[in-house]
Ligand binder design. Structure first.
Ligand code: MTE
Length: 326
Protein backbone atom coordinates (compact mmCIF):
# COMPACT_ATOMS: atom_id res chain seq x y z
CA UNK A 1 0.00 0.00 0.00
CA UNK A 2 1.52 3.33 -0.96
CA UNK A 3 1.93 5.41 2.16
CA UNK A 4 2.33 9.12 1.69
CA UNK A 5 3.37 10.46 5.04
CA UNK A 6 4.92 13.84 4.83
CA UNK A 7 5.91 15.45 8.11
CA UNK A 8 5.55 19.18 8.35
CA UNK A 9 9.27 19.63 7.96
CA UNK A 10 9.14 18.29 4.44
CA UNK A 11 8.45 21.91 3.55
CA UNK A 12 11.38 23.68 1.98
CA UNK A 13 13.07 26.02 4.40
CA UNK A 14 11.78 29.07 2.57
CA UNK A 15 8.19 27.92 3.17
CA UNK A 16 8.57 27.58 6.94
CA UNK A 17 6.71 30.29 8.86
CA UNK A 18 8.92 33.26 9.51
CA UNK A 19 8.20 34.18 13.12
CA UNK A 20 10.02 37.45 12.62
CA UNK A 21 7.16 38.47 10.32
CA UNK A 22 4.62 37.23 12.80
CA UNK A 23 6.38 38.98 15.65
CA UNK A 24 6.64 42.21 13.71
CA UNK A 25 2.93 42.10 13.02
CA UNK A 26 2.13 41.31 16.64
CA UNK A 27 4.40 44.11 17.91
CA UNK A 28 2.78 46.44 15.41
CA UNK A 29 -0.71 45.55 16.65
CA UNK A 30 0.39 45.90 20.28
CA UNK A 31 1.96 49.27 19.65
CA UNK A 32 -1.18 50.41 17.82
CA UNK A 33 -3.34 49.31 20.75
CA UNK A 34 -1.12 51.24 23.16
CA UNK A 35 -0.97 54.27 20.88
CA UNK A 36 -4.72 54.71 20.61
CA UNK A 37 -5.28 54.08 24.30
CA UNK A 38 -6.97 50.75 23.86
CA UNK A 39 -4.76 49.22 26.53
CA UNK A 40 -7.21 50.14 29.28
CA UNK A 41 -10.19 48.79 27.35
CA UNK A 42 -8.25 45.60 26.84
CA UNK A 43 -7.47 45.40 30.55
CA UNK A 44 -11.09 45.95 31.49
CA UNK A 45 -12.13 43.23 29.07
CA UNK A 46 -9.61 40.82 30.54
CA UNK A 47 -7.20 40.77 27.56
CA UNK A 48 -4.26 40.93 29.94
CA UNK A 49 -5.24 37.52 31.24
CA UNK A 50 -5.15 35.94 27.80
CA UNK A 51 -2.00 34.28 26.54
CA UNK A 52 -1.77 36.86 23.79
CA UNK A 53 -1.90 39.77 26.22
CA UNK A 54 0.53 38.48 28.81
CA UNK A 55 4.26 39.17 28.52
CA UNK A 56 4.97 35.48 29.18
CA UNK A 57 2.49 34.40 26.52
CA UNK A 58 0.99 30.93 26.94
CA UNK A 59 3.34 30.18 29.83
CA UNK A 60 1.24 32.40 32.04
CA UNK A 61 -1.82 30.24 31.56
CA UNK A 62 -0.22 26.86 32.32
CA UNK A 63 -2.44 25.13 34.87
CA UNK A 64 -1.51 25.33 38.53
CA UNK A 65 -0.48 21.91 39.80
CA UNK A 66 0.78 20.49 43.07
CA UNK A 67 4.33 20.87 41.74
CA UNK A 68 4.25 24.25 39.98
CA UNK A 69 5.61 25.82 43.18
CA UNK A 70 8.94 24.02 42.69
CA UNK A 71 9.94 26.61 40.04
CA UNK A 72 12.05 28.56 39.36
CA UNK A 73 15.03 26.38 40.21
CA UNK A 74 18.70 27.35 40.48
CA UNK A 75 20.55 27.71 37.19
CA UNK A 76 23.55 25.42 36.75
CA UNK A 77 26.34 27.74 35.51
CA UNK A 78 28.06 24.81 33.77
CA UNK A 79 25.31 24.91 31.12
CA UNK A 80 25.09 28.32 29.56
CA UNK A 81 25.09 29.51 25.96
CA UNK A 82 26.75 32.58 24.46
CA UNK A 83 23.60 33.41 22.48
CA UNK A 84 20.61 35.40 23.76
CA UNK A 85 17.60 33.46 25.05
CA UNK A 86 14.69 33.02 22.68
CA UNK A 87 11.69 35.16 23.65
CA UNK A 88 9.30 32.88 25.61
CA UNK A 89 6.34 34.29 23.70
CA UNK A 90 7.92 32.96 20.53
CA UNK A 91 9.08 29.55 21.81
CA UNK A 92 5.78 28.70 23.50
CA UNK A 93 3.77 29.38 20.35
CA UNK A 94 6.02 27.62 17.85
CA UNK A 95 5.96 23.93 18.57
CA UNK A 96 6.27 20.58 16.91
CA UNK A 97 3.86 18.24 18.65
CA UNK A 98 2.01 16.25 15.99
CA UNK A 99 -0.35 14.71 18.54
CA UNK A 100 -2.01 18.14 18.68
CA UNK A 101 -1.39 19.72 15.30
CA UNK A 102 0.96 19.68 12.35
CA UNK A 103 0.80 23.49 12.34
CA UNK A 104 3.44 24.82 14.71
CA UNK A 105 1.51 27.93 15.67
CA UNK A 106 -1.63 25.93 16.50
CA UNK A 107 -0.23 23.43 18.98
CA UNK A 108 -0.52 25.69 22.04
CA UNK A 109 -4.15 26.47 21.16
CA UNK A 110 -5.14 22.78 21.03
CA UNK A 111 -3.70 21.35 24.24
CA UNK A 112 -6.45 22.32 26.71
CA UNK A 113 -8.09 18.89 26.89
CA UNK A 114 -4.78 17.10 27.50
CA UNK A 115 -4.75 15.79 31.09
CA UNK A 116 -1.32 15.80 32.68
CA UNK A 117 -2.34 14.71 36.20
CA UNK A 118 -2.19 12.09 37.56
CA UNK A 119 0.82 11.03 35.48
CA UNK A 120 3.17 8.13 35.84
CA UNK A 121 6.19 6.88 33.97
CA UNK A 122 6.57 3.15 33.47
CA UNK A 123 10.07 1.71 33.77
CA UNK A 124 10.07 -1.59 31.91
CA UNK A 125 12.16 -4.21 30.14
CA UNK A 126 15.69 -5.07 31.24
CA UNK A 127 15.68 -3.33 34.63
CA UNK A 128 15.98 -4.41 38.25
CA UNK A 129 13.47 -1.79 39.38
CA UNK A 130 10.46 -1.95 37.04
CA UNK A 131 7.10 -0.36 37.59
CA UNK A 132 5.21 2.87 37.42
CA UNK A 133 6.78 5.95 39.00
CA UNK A 134 4.39 8.72 40.01
CA UNK A 135 5.48 11.94 38.31
CA UNK A 136 4.97 14.19 41.34
CA UNK A 137 6.92 11.80 43.55
CA UNK A 138 9.69 11.67 40.94
CA UNK A 139 10.00 15.41 40.44
CA UNK A 140 10.14 16.04 44.18
CA UNK A 141 12.92 13.50 44.64
CA UNK A 142 15.10 14.60 41.75
CA UNK A 143 17.79 17.30 41.99
CA UNK A 144 16.10 20.02 39.89
CA UNK A 145 18.31 22.55 38.14
CA UNK A 146 18.06 24.96 35.24
CA UNK A 147 20.21 24.58 32.11
CA UNK A 148 20.39 26.84 29.11
CA UNK A 149 20.77 24.73 25.98
CA UNK A 150 20.89 25.35 22.26
CA UNK A 151 18.03 23.47 20.57
CA UNK A 152 18.14 22.64 16.87
CA UNK A 153 15.24 21.25 14.86
CA UNK A 154 15.90 19.11 11.78
CA UNK A 155 13.88 21.76 9.88
CA UNK A 156 16.85 24.15 10.37
CA UNK A 157 15.26 26.44 12.94
CA UNK A 158 16.92 26.86 16.30
CA UNK A 159 16.28 28.41 19.70
CA UNK A 160 18.03 28.90 23.03
CA UNK A 161 15.90 28.14 26.08
CA UNK A 162 16.36 27.58 29.81
CA UNK A 163 15.04 24.13 30.70
CA UNK A 164 14.39 23.02 34.28
CA UNK A 165 14.67 19.37 35.16
CA UNK A 166 17.16 16.69 36.07
CA UNK A 167 19.76 14.49 34.35
CA UNK A 168 18.29 11.50 32.53
CA UNK A 169 21.15 9.52 34.10
CA UNK A 170 19.38 9.85 37.47
CA UNK A 171 16.22 8.22 36.11
CA UNK A 172 18.33 5.50 34.49
CA UNK A 173 19.97 4.88 37.87
CA UNK A 174 16.50 4.68 39.46
CA UNK A 175 15.52 1.99 36.94
CA UNK A 176 18.76 0.05 37.56
CA UNK A 177 19.33 -1.46 34.09
CA UNK A 178 20.49 -5.05 33.84
CA UNK A 179 23.94 -5.64 32.26
CA UNK A 180 22.41 -6.77 28.95
CA UNK A 181 20.46 -3.49 28.51
CA UNK A 182 21.94 -1.35 25.72
CA UNK A 183 19.08 0.89 24.58
CA UNK A 184 16.08 2.77 25.92
CA UNK A 185 12.83 3.06 23.99
CA UNK A 186 10.94 6.17 25.10
CA UNK A 187 7.21 6.43 24.48
CA UNK A 188 4.77 9.37 24.47
CA UNK A 189 1.22 9.20 25.84
CA UNK A 190 -1.43 8.31 23.26
CA UNK A 191 -4.87 9.64 24.16
CA UNK A 192 -6.68 10.53 20.92
CA UNK A 193 -9.70 11.87 22.84
CA UNK A 194 -7.41 14.54 24.28
CA UNK A 195 -5.06 14.87 21.31
CA UNK A 196 -6.82 16.30 18.26
CA UNK A 197 -3.82 15.80 15.97
CA UNK A 198 -3.52 12.10 16.83
CA UNK A 199 -7.26 11.65 16.30
CA UNK A 200 -7.24 13.45 12.93
CA UNK A 201 -4.12 11.67 11.68
CA UNK A 202 -4.77 8.19 12.97
CA UNK A 203 -2.54 6.63 10.27
CA UNK A 204 0.68 7.75 11.98
CA UNK A 205 2.33 4.92 13.93
CA UNK A 206 1.28 6.27 17.34
CA UNK A 207 2.35 6.46 20.03
CA UNK A 208 5.34 8.66 19.18
CA UNK A 209 8.40 6.67 20.16
CA UNK A 210 12.10 7.41 20.21
CA UNK A 211 15.31 5.77 21.36
CA UNK A 212 18.65 6.55 22.94
CA UNK A 213 21.52 4.18 23.54
CA UNK A 214 22.14 3.61 27.22
CA UNK A 215 25.50 5.36 26.85
CA UNK A 216 23.75 8.43 25.38
CA UNK A 217 21.16 8.38 28.14
CA UNK A 218 23.91 8.34 30.75
CA UNK A 219 25.74 11.25 29.15
CA UNK A 220 25.49 14.23 31.52
CA UNK A 221 23.93 16.39 28.77
CA UNK A 222 20.85 14.17 28.39
CA UNK A 223 18.17 15.95 30.39
CA UNK A 224 14.63 15.29 31.52
CA UNK A 225 12.84 18.65 31.31
CA UNK A 226 9.95 19.36 33.65
CA UNK A 227 10.07 23.15 33.29
CA UNK A 228 11.01 25.95 30.94
CA UNK A 229 11.65 29.68 31.45
CA UNK A 230 11.49 29.27 35.24
CA UNK A 231 8.03 27.67 35.24
CA UNK A 232 6.55 24.21 35.09
CA UNK A 233 6.52 22.85 31.53
CA UNK A 234 3.44 23.93 29.55
CA UNK A 235 1.62 21.24 27.64
CA UNK A 236 2.78 22.32 24.20
CA UNK A 237 6.41 21.74 25.25
CA UNK A 238 5.68 18.19 26.45
CA UNK A 239 4.33 18.40 30.00
CA UNK A 240 4.79 16.97 32.44
CA UNK A 241 8.16 15.59 31.37
CA UNK A 242 10.10 15.32 28.12
CA UNK A 243 13.56 14.49 26.92
CA UNK A 244 16.04 17.18 25.89
CA UNK A 245 19.09 15.83 24.03
CA UNK A 246 20.61 19.09 22.78
CA UNK A 247 23.27 17.56 20.51
CA UNK A 248 20.57 15.84 18.46
CA UNK A 249 17.89 17.16 16.14
CA UNK A 250 14.72 18.07 18.00
CA UNK A 251 12.71 15.06 16.81
CA UNK A 252 14.76 12.93 19.23
CA UNK A 253 13.59 15.04 22.19
CA UNK A 254 10.36 13.17 22.79
CA UNK A 255 7.57 14.87 24.74
CA UNK A 256 5.05 13.81 27.41
CA UNK A 257 6.87 10.55 28.14
CA UNK A 258 4.95 7.67 29.74
CA UNK A 259 7.41 4.80 29.36
CA UNK A 260 11.12 4.02 29.32
CA UNK A 261 11.65 0.49 28.08
CA UNK A 262 15.18 -0.89 28.42
CA UNK A 263 16.18 -3.24 25.59
CA UNK A 264 19.18 -5.17 24.29
CA UNK A 265 18.60 -4.28 20.62
CA UNK A 266 18.15 -0.85 19.01
CA UNK A 267 14.39 -0.08 18.98
CA UNK A 268 12.52 1.27 15.97
CA UNK A 269 11.72 4.97 16.15
CA UNK A 270 8.77 7.01 14.85
CA UNK A 271 10.35 9.15 12.13
CA UNK A 272 13.12 6.74 11.28
CA UNK A 273 10.52 4.05 10.54
CA UNK A 274 8.50 6.43 8.35
CA UNK A 275 11.35 8.00 6.40
CA UNK A 276 14.75 6.43 7.19
CA UNK A 277 16.53 8.40 4.47
CA UNK A 278 15.47 11.66 6.12
CA UNK A 279 15.64 10.90 9.85
CA UNK A 280 18.39 8.62 10.96
CA UNK A 281 18.35 6.68 14.18
CA UNK A 282 20.93 8.83 15.96
CA UNK A 283 19.72 12.19 14.65
CA UNK A 284 22.95 13.93 15.66
CA UNK A 285 23.24 17.54 14.47
CA UNK A 286 25.76 17.61 11.63
CA UNK A 287 26.17 20.55 9.22
CA UNK A 288 28.03 18.33 6.72
CA UNK A 289 25.09 16.01 6.13
CA UNK A 290 22.29 17.76 4.28
CA UNK A 291 18.71 16.74 4.70
CA UNK A 292 17.64 15.25 1.34
CA UNK A 293 15.66 18.41 0.61
CA UNK A 294 17.63 21.20 2.28
CA UNK A 295 21.05 22.09 3.56
CA UNK A 296 21.89 21.74 7.24
CA UNK A 297 24.89 24.07 6.97
CA UNK A 298 23.11 26.95 8.68
CA UNK A 299 20.17 27.53 10.99
CA UNK A 300 17.60 30.24 11.58
CA UNK A 301 16.98 31.52 15.11
CA UNK A 302 13.25 31.69 15.78
CA UNK A 303 12.09 35.08 16.93
CA UNK A 304 14.87 37.05 15.25
CA UNK A 305 15.32 35.21 11.96
CA UNK A 306 19.09 35.52 12.40
CA UNK A 307 21.13 32.96 10.42
CA UNK A 308 24.00 31.14 12.10
CA UNK A 309 26.28 28.36 10.95
CA UNK A 310 25.18 24.97 12.26
CA UNK A 311 27.61 23.48 14.75
CA UNK A 312 28.63 19.82 14.73
CA UNK A 313 26.71 18.10 17.55
CA UNK A 314 25.00 21.48 17.94
CA UNK A 315 28.18 22.75 19.64
CA UNK A 316 28.33 19.93 22.21
CA UNK A 317 31.11 17.88 20.59
CA UNK A 318 33.40 18.12 23.61
CA UNK A 319 30.76 16.37 25.69
CA UNK A 320 29.43 13.78 23.24
CA UNK A 321 31.82 13.11 20.31
CA UNK A 322 33.42 10.28 22.31
CA UNK A 323 30.13 8.39 22.20
CA UNK A 324 30.47 7.92 18.46
CA UNK A 325 34.19 7.22 18.00
CA UNK A 326 34.72 3.90 16.25
N1 MTE B 1 7.42 14.53 20.74
C1 MTE B 1 6.20 14.07 20.40
N2 MTE B 1 5.60 13.21 21.24
N3 MTE B 1 5.56 14.45 19.26
C2 MTE B 1 6.16 15.30 18.36
O1 MTE B 1 5.54 15.60 17.32
N4 MTE B 1 8.14 16.63 17.82
C3 MTE B 1 9.59 16.68 17.97
C4 MTE B 1 10.00 16.82 19.44
N5 MTE B 1 9.27 15.91 20.28
C5 MTE B 1 7.45 15.79 18.67
C6 MTE B 1 8.04 15.41 19.91
C7 MTE B 1 10.22 17.75 17.20
S1 MTE B 1 10.28 17.51 15.53
C8 MTE B 1 10.76 18.87 17.77
S2 MTE B 1 11.64 19.99 16.85
C9 MTE B 1 10.61 19.15 19.19
O2 MTE B 1 9.77 18.19 19.85
C10 MTE B 1 10.01 20.53 19.41
O3 MTE B 1 10.00 20.85 20.77
P1 MTE B 1 9.34 22.21 21.26
O4 MTE B 1 7.97 22.30 20.66
O5 MTE B 1 9.32 22.13 22.75
O6 MTE B 1 10.22 23.33 20.75
Amino acid sequence: MPIHLRPDWHLPERAVTAESHWRDRRQFIESMVAAVGLGSICLAAGCKGTPQGHPDGPLATSPETATSGLYPVKRNPAYTVERPLTDPRVATRYNNFYEFSTAKDDVWKRVDRFEIRPWSVKLSGLVENPGPVDFEDLVRRMPLEERVYRFRCVEAWAMVVPWSGFPLADLVAWAAPRPEARWIRLVTAHVPAQMPGAAEQAWFPWPYHEALSLAEARNPLAFVATGIYGRELPKQHGAPLRLVAPWKYGFKSIKSVVELQFTAEAPRTFWNSLAPDEYDLHGNVDPRVPHPRWSQASERMIGTGERRPTLLYNGYGAQVAGLYRG
